[in-house]
Design a protein around this ligand. Structure first.
Ligand code: 5GP
Ligand code: ZN
Length: 121
């Protein structure tokens, strides 16, 4: 299945540079950029350039793309200032659908680190 760009999708507009963003990484297939409303000292999003609406749309045919994205996560996390494993680290989060808290329906992985805002104390 091919996913064309969606003219009404905010992340497709970010990929097309129609909306400005602060780049972390870019190649032919993916783009990473800072979240506009960070809730951790390091918070960026990694997205496919193709308009895949959510994790619910992923099948085995996306294997190469998914492997590429997952291999980028540890590299980009360190590049953006997440501290090394295991004392440091980060959260990798993908909200999926309404009950998953997804607001932007273009697949994205949140990478959040630099402190532990999700833990008490
Ligand atoms: P989710 O769909 O997983 O709930 O979260 C969408 C995320 O995209 C949010 O963390 C939100 O701050 C971020 N976001 C929404 N619109 C923009 C935008 O125009 N630019 C950037 N950089 N981030 C955005
Ligand atoms: Zn899109």
């Amino acid at each position: 299945t091919h996913h064309a760009h969606d003219a009404n999708c905010i992340f497709c507009k970010i990929v097309a540079k129609q909306i400005p963003s602060k780049a972390v990484y870019e190649d032919e297939h993916v783009y990473a950029f800072h979240d506009i409303n960070p809730w951790a000292p390091v918070h960026f999003l990694l997205i496919p350039k193709a308009h895949i609406p959510s994790m619910a749309h992923i099948t085995a045919e996306h294997g190469t793309l998914m492997a590429h994205m997952m291999a980028l996560v540890p590299q980009l996390a360190l590049k953006e200032g997440c501290n090394p494993y295991p004392e440091g680290g980060y959260r990798l989060v993908t909200n999926t659908g309404s009950e998953g808290g997804q607001e932007v329906h273009h697949l994205h992985f949140h990478i959040m680190g630099g402190s532990r805002p999700w833990l008490k104390g």
